[in-house]
Design a protein around this ligand. Structure first.
Ligand code: FDA
Length: 501
């Protein structure tokens, strides 16, 4: 909505009828800034000139979310939903349209986790972080795990809305492959669950990137079995220690490894770090690595055995010498961020890695490069089972640029590094479309435009098919059914499918 059509006073008056005033924060409230900043993970989207919410509603119960949606509709104030605030492009708390009037529905407090250990299932409030979920699962039973991302402060709400990929995904798929129910507030303000929302909506909310279909309040997930003891390692190699040869080989070896073994690569400060989780003991891991990737030279001395929960600490902090309680820390680092990524289908030739290194990785502003393998069970799941279509790809390649100092020069340098390397890699990446995983949101690939008063489907296909390939049309068809007036809308929300002419 533009500033002309929104009735902000009417919106606040409407909210006040059902939500305590202390939970409704306007820029005049003393705690507006602290509420806004409590879950901002990209400082680029709180710089001057970026539109901020007119109102933040800190929901304390489901009824607050229902009232926010209904009051927003009645008063033409659009609502952006925020759970953990990790969106790469900040679209849960900011708008790139300077004149947009919007509110933020902040769900950070809805974070209860109720585990039914006898069934290995859990209801998880969307405001919980992945770290809180991992900790609770491990506390309930050392052999419970959950497949999701490697950063513990990421919110369950947005993460599961976009798919959820991590160290257990080769064994158990994405987070959404393990979602068995959900509670959603729809555009009419109703609370729906799996049986009342119907199959199409339940399909759409599990991987379409959040926001488009309603507000998810909680997810019911299946906890997956992990051994009491798992093994991790981290092996670093410099360029003169065959780093480039090893990455080149990794591209084919890693997606084909047994499902119990996840081997990712991080490249930072001109060092390559091979980081692994193995769902078993050291001896077996060494045997597998010797047979499948002898060039890495992994030995028993590289093994660290620990519980699965501790392995999630290791994956984020790169050390196991921290207590599992660090997973309960909800505040992540605050930095400026720009990420670009690909789903790679063919290994890049060695000379491409050499020239990437020479031209880009030696620059001081080089990003953290992350390579995460698919394969394993991911390949056995149909690309249309959920909106996430990248099931048969080899690996994810991310250029994750983060920096701490504010300033136009730094910003431009960083952005042009990430965009430059992305452009240079085009010849090696799939075309039609060059594809991206929606949880690695990138507004460079296209943003929505209106056609009449709804988002244009034709224009949205440009970015939408990069995230969802053939599933995009089905998502748009679901949108036409559940939110035909396009209330739940942002820069990359799913548009309604126009009626066939
Ligand atoms: P946030 O609150 O910003 O929401 C993201 C999007 O979902 C927004 O559009 C928002 O409106 C919508 N949304 C949020 N809550 C919703 C709800 N309850 N109902 C409906 N819509 C909702 N991903 C991955 O798969 N594997 C990984 O290992 C990582 N690692 C990682 C590390 C770091 C440091 C960052 C910043 C991000 C990742 N990610 C990731 C990406 C992450 O999964 C993605 O950004 C998620 O959407 C973040 O979810 P939040 O709830 O934190 O974000």
């Amino acid at each position: 909505f533009s500033s002309a059509s929104s009735d902000v006073d009417g919106f606040i008056g409407c909210l006040s009828a059902s939500i305590p005033p202390s939970r409704i924060k306007t820029p005049a409230s003393t705690n507006y800034s602290s509420q806004l900043m409590s879950a901002v993970h990209n400082l680029r989207y709180v710089l001057p000139g970026i539109a901020r919410p007119l109102v933040i509603v800190a929901a304390g119960e489901p009824a607050h979310a229902q009232a926010t949606v209904l009051c927003g509709r009645r008063n033409s104030v659009r609502v952006r939903t925020r759970s953990g605030g990790h969106d790469y492009e900040g679209i849960s708390y900011a708008s790139i349209h300077p004149n947009e009037h919007f509110a933020v529905l902040d769900l950070g407090e809805l974070r209860s986790i109720n585990i039914d250990a006898s069934r290995a299932e859990a209801w998880v409030g969307v405001g919980a972080t992945l770290g809180e979920l991992y900790y609770a699962a491990g506390a309930a039973n050392k052999t419970f795990g959950f497949p999701a991302g490697n950063c513990p402060t990421v919110g369950v709400g947005g993460h599961l809305s976009g798919g959820g990929f991590g160290a257990l995904s080769r064994k158990y798929g994405l987070s959404v492959d393990n979602v068995i129910d959900a509670v959603v507030v729809d555009v009419e303000g109703r609370l729906l669950n799996r049986s009342t929302m119907g199959k199409d909506l339940f399909w759409a909310i599990r991987g379409s990137g959040g926001e488009s279909f309603g507000v998810v309040l909680s997810w019911k997930v299946r906890l997956v079995p992990v051994p009491e003891t798992v093994t991790v390692f981290s092996i670093r190699r410099l360029r003169n220690q065959s780093a480039v040869e090893l990455i080149t080989k990794w591209q084919e070896i890693s997606p084909a490894l047994p499902r119990d073994l996840y081997l990712r690569v991080l490249v930072q400060n001109q060092q390559v770090n091979f980081v692994s989780l193995f769902l078993g003991r050291c001896g077996q891991l060494v045997d597998t690595m010797r047979a499948r990737f002898p060039d890495l030279g992994m030995t028993e001395g590289d093994c660290q055995e620990m519980s699965w929960v501790k392995s999630t600490v290791f994956f984020f902090y790169n050390t196991a010498n921290l207590p599992a309680e660090v997973l309960l820390n909800r505040t992540g680092a605050n930095y400026f961020l720009k990420v670009k990524s690909d789903n790679v289908q063919e290994p890049m030739p060695r000379q491409a890695w050499e020239s990437l290194w020479d031209k880009w990785l030696e620059k001081p502003e080089a990003a953290l490069v992350m390579l995460d393998p698919y394969g394993g069970v991911m390949r056995t799941i149909s690309p249309s089972a959920t909106p996430f279509p990248h099931r048969n790809d080899l690996y994810q390649l991310q250029f994750f640029s983060f920096w701490f100092e504010n300033g136009t020069e730094t910003l431009e340098k960083r952005l042009s590094w990430v965009r430059g390397v992305y452009e240079d890699l085009a010849p090696y990446m799939p075309k039609n479309p060059r594809s991206v995983y929606v949880n690695y949101r990138d507004l460079d690939i296209g943003i929505n435009e209106l056609e009449g008063n709804v988002t244009s489907y034709a224009k949205a296909r440009v970015w939408g098919e990069k995230y969802f390939k053939g599933n995009f049309k089905r998502l748009a068809a679901v949108k036409s059914k559940v939110d035909p007036d396009d209330f739940f809308r942002n820069e990359q929300s799913i548009p309604p499918l126009p009626a066939a002419k």
